[in-house]
Design a protein around this ligand. Structure first.
Ligand SMILES: [Zn+2]
Length: 288
């Protein structure tokens, strides 16, 4: 073999890799769009109450004071800052223990927009907050207080809080006021679990099929054994009819055999039980 002869094989492998890459991109792009839509939807919410606007700005943290991570968050921070907001009110900021429920939601929305990232890949929903280390435990405690416990760990001296349950992520985004895009997210995760369910059904059907093929094979062996024994002529005519029908249709179900014989399914089932019992008797009765 020369190098030249090996070339075509290598060339054939390239398009396969390219196809795979395209397939992956195709899976991920709609997910990225959905993530962007969820964020845009939450950033577009205008808290009506002044207390909530202050709380949401506090939640945005440094993102509100010029270091916005995205133009969407930057514009939100500007919108939240009203001329009427005096420095004292802003400085008083946000105090979780005494804050009203509406303010807590607004604060969390700010935290999510500034520190949260949502990722969807291969049907998994994953939401992560990356916060300065001193903020990790308080944020985890607050989320737990709302019935949304979150796992936490330290990564490169920063606190990382993570939800990997799609249901929890959807519950959180709903709480923040996410509507249409959150519904899409929910639909998508329902579609995914439905797909999982269908796969399990197909697998179960395949294993049922494997079982019935194995039992038909066993029946045919028993029938062949009996046909070459003296017992065959002593079997009831209906049992022999079922045996003949099985030989003609090795893959038929009991119901199909019953229909062919114009008999009941119960009769077919009893006939196979008789055949099995007699075949075992023949097997044991034979000297060798
Ligand atoms: Zn409020």
């Amino acid at each position: 073999m020369t190098a030249g002869a090996r070339l075509p094989a290598a060339a054939r492998r390239l398009p396969a890799a390219a196809r795979r890459a395209r397939a992956l991109a195709g899976v991920e792009r709609p997910d990225r769009d959905l993530v962007a839509t969820v964020r845009a939807e939450l950033a577009a919410i205008e808290p009506a109450r002044r207390c909530c606007r202050i709380a949401e700005r506090a939640g945005l943290g440094t993102a509100a004071s010029g270091r916005a991570r995205t133009p969407v968050v930057g514009r939100l921070a500007v919108r939240l800052l009203e001329p009427a907001d005096d420095a004292a009110a802003a400085a008083a900021g946000f105090d979780w223990p005494t804050a009203a429920a509406h303010c807590r939601v607004a604060w969390l929305r700010g935290v999510f927009l500034a520190r949260g990232s949502l990722s969807l890949a291969y049907g998994r929903t994953h939401l992560e907050f990356v916060v300065p280390l001193p903020e990790m435990v308080p944020l985890a405690d607050r989320l737990a207080e709302l019935g949304l416990p979150i796992s936490r760990r330290v990564r490169r001296s920063r606190g990382v809080l993570t939800w990997k349950s799609g249901d929890t992520v959807v519950a959180f985004l709903r709480r923040l006021g996410g509507a249409a895009a959150t519904l899409d997210l929910e639909t998508r995760s329902v579609a995914h679990s439905l797909r999982g369910h269908l796969n399990r059904v197909v697998n179960a059907e395949n294993s049922n099929l494997a079982r019935s093929v194995a039992s038909a094979r066993r029946q045919l062996e028993q029938i062949e054994l009996l046909r070459h024994s003296a017992d065959w002529e002593r079997l009831p005519r209906s049992v022999r009819a079922v045996a003949e029908a099985r030989r003609r249709a090795p893959e038929a179900s009991y119901s199909e055999l019953a229909a062919q014989l114009d008999a009941s399914r119960a009769l077919v089932q009893r006939a196979f039980a008789t055949l099995e019992a007699r075949a075992l008797g023949v097997g044991h009765g034979r000297p060798g």
